[in-house]
Design a protein around this ligand. Structure first.
Ligand SMILES: Cc1cc2nc3c(=O)[nH]c(=O)nc-3n(C[C@H](O)[C@H](O)[C@H](O)COP(=O)(O)OP(=O)(O)OC[C@H]3O[C@@H](n4cnc5c(N)ncnc54)[C@H](O)[C@@H]3O)c2cc1C
Length: 495
């Protein structure tokens, strides 16, 4: 297995890194401001004015539809070639859309490219590839356990030259967006078929078809996600022409399996980019904050966490590249095991890194002043790791975030993981958190990193990188002793 970048990937990667430096990072603030302006104007789900200009630039520079594998519609990069590019796009939860490489459109475009008829490609794939419209994938239903897609109940019944659709869906990412025009919907055309995997079909449903009702947007840990949204939608006697069926009746599962692999690995790739960005922010923050007479970065526990973050990210990256290589060589179906493994490992690893980065920022880590809370709820790609975790959210994380949201840290105290509500309110068992000076400076510098290879060097770069890169077993053993000592010390101090 060779994961060296091909000359083509090297050129695309350099172009993409330049683009991120020139147009994405400098527009962070503008992105938030335009989101807020849209909300004030009562159109939270409208496209941000800045996006059209950025997309045109990305397209001019050949950074467009890079996700689409071998087909006349795309650049035909392999999964291994696309991985490092997708990772860079994932460094900001909103940037992959600039390159027309964001979920769920990437999965839907791949379905139309692979299974669509010429007419379906002309009507839907063409405007999607041009970034003129957006789409959603409607499978999950509130009434059934949807992680098992054979449970899907939405009915698709043939009546003459139309299909009539009745059902309720929710958490349909992107469906609130004003530019979303079509759903790839999964339902049952043959519910009594003895083969549970032949009961489902996939069909194209234009969003403005009579009978389609958006009931409400769904929140994530109490937070809404404009301009995309994840609404609950009712389909009541929705009629679409028979030509809208994809591949044919009873082939819905087959398409879902074909769509799942690329969708999952792209999420993992973006999540790694997000974790890299979080590690950079963590390092920059730690070298710039002094507590108890020394930079936080000198604290053993933080050196341990930086070292572990680097290992977690590298572990995820190699596992994802291995899965990509398998998909390229033996196909998505045979690579199912590798895809399943990264599906669990990558969100766990990346969430841990983002969590530590939030911890490094103290109260600010939970605030709107860093992108970490966005990352914690997304990422990835849409809701990146939440999306990634959408097939098995871990209660621990949700409870911890909820705990932090419900009981903001008492002055000078930080709720430790697992601390009860009462603990937090009583401000017991925590690690001291320092004040918020220089947050503007930290925010401005937050992307000049000490962790990642292309980061701009800072006085501490080599020392932190040596920590981040090299963790000899003896060093780790010493750290663990220090750590347990540190923990015992802090617990006695705080109690
Ligand atoms: C941010 C976000 C975006 C989403 N976007 C979309 C979208 O665009 N389109 C769409 O159709 N859906 C979307 N979803 C829904 C998502 O696909 C479902 O939540 C997911 O498939 C799980 O289904 P469920 O919620 O019904 O949980 P259930 O199926 O009820 O599962 C509940 C729990 O059981 C666990 N579980 C399931 N099977 C097993 C097993 N065999 N062994 C052990 N544990 C198991 C699950 O992991 C989960 O933790 C989104 C969800 C989120 C959070």
């Amino acid at each position: 297995m060779h994961f060296e970048f091909t000359p083509r990937v090297i050129a695309l990667r350099e172009e993409l890194l330049r683009f991120m430096d020139e147009y994405v990072y400098p527009n962070e603030k503008r992105h938030e401001e335009e989101l807020a302006a849209n909300a004030r104007a009562g159109r939270p789900y409208a496209e941000l004015p800045m996006m059209a200009g950025l997309k045109a630039k990305a397209r001019e520079r050949g950074l467009w539809n890079l996700f689409l594998p071998e087909s006349e519609h795309g650049p035909g990069l392999s999964n291994v070639e696309y991985a490092p590019l997708c990772e860079i796009m994932g460094r900001r939860y909103w940037s992959s859309e600039i390159f027309n490489c964001s979920a769920p459109d990437t999965g839907n475009m791949e379905v139309l490219a692979r299974y669509g008829t010429k007419a379906q490609q002309e009507r839907w794939l063409k405007p999607l590839l041009a970034g003129e419209i957006r789409s959603s994938f409607a499978m999950t239903e509130p009434e059934v356990a949807s992680s098992d897609a054979t449970n899907i109940r939405c009915s698709i019944r043939r009546e003459g030259d139309e299909y009539v659709i009745n059902g309720r869906k929710w958490y349909i990412t992107g469906a609130m967006n004003e530019r979303c025009e079509v759903f790839v919907l999964m339902g049952k055309t043959d519910p009594d078929n003895a083969d549970r995997h032949k009961q489902q079909s996939m069909i194209l449903v234009p969003k403005n078809t009579p009978g389609v009702t958006i009931v409400r947007d769904m929140a994530l840990l109490g937070v809404y996600d404009p301009p995309f949204g994840h609404p609950e939608i009712v389909f009541e006697n929705v009629r679409v022409p028979v030509e809208n069926i994809l591949l044919g009746e009873g082939r819905g599962f087959e398409i879902a399996q074909g769509r799942l692999g690329p969708g999952r690995i792209h999420h993992c790739m973006r999540a790694i980019g997000m974790a890299e960005a979080a590690l950079e922010m963590m390092c920059q923050r730690l070298v710039s904050r002094t507590a108890f007479h020394k930079p936080l970065s000198e604290q053993g526990v933080w050196r341990e966490r930086i070292a572990e973050s680097r290992m977690l990210i590298e572990q995820s990256r190699w596992m994802v590249l291995n899965a990509a290589y398998r998909m390229d060589t033996v196909g998505n179906k045979v690579a199912a095991k590798e895809i399943a493994m990264i599906k669990v490992l990558t969100p766990n690893n990346c969430v841990k890194v983002v969590d530590w980065a939030m911890q490094a920022f103290g109260a600010m880590g939970l605030s709107q002043d860093t992108l970490l809370t966005h990352q914690q709820l997304r990422e990835g790609g849409r809701l990146g790791h939440a999306g990634l975790r959408r097939h098995g959210p871990e209660p621990g994380h949700a409870a911890h975030a909820l705990l932090c949201l419900r009981a903001p840290p008492a002055r000078g105290r930080w709720p430790r993981r697992g601390a009860s509500q009462r603990d937090c309110e009583a401000g017991a068992g925590g690690v001291p958190v320092s004040g918020r000076e220089g947050c503007a400076r930290t925010r401005a510098q937050s992307f000049a990193s000490a962790g990642a290879s292309h980061a701009k060097p800072t006085p501490y770069t080599d020392r932190i990188q040596s920590c981040a890169g090299v963790t000899t077993p003896s060093l780790r053993r010493r750290f663990f002793t220090w750590l347990s000592m540190a923990r015992s010390v802090t617990s006695t101090v705080s109690s």
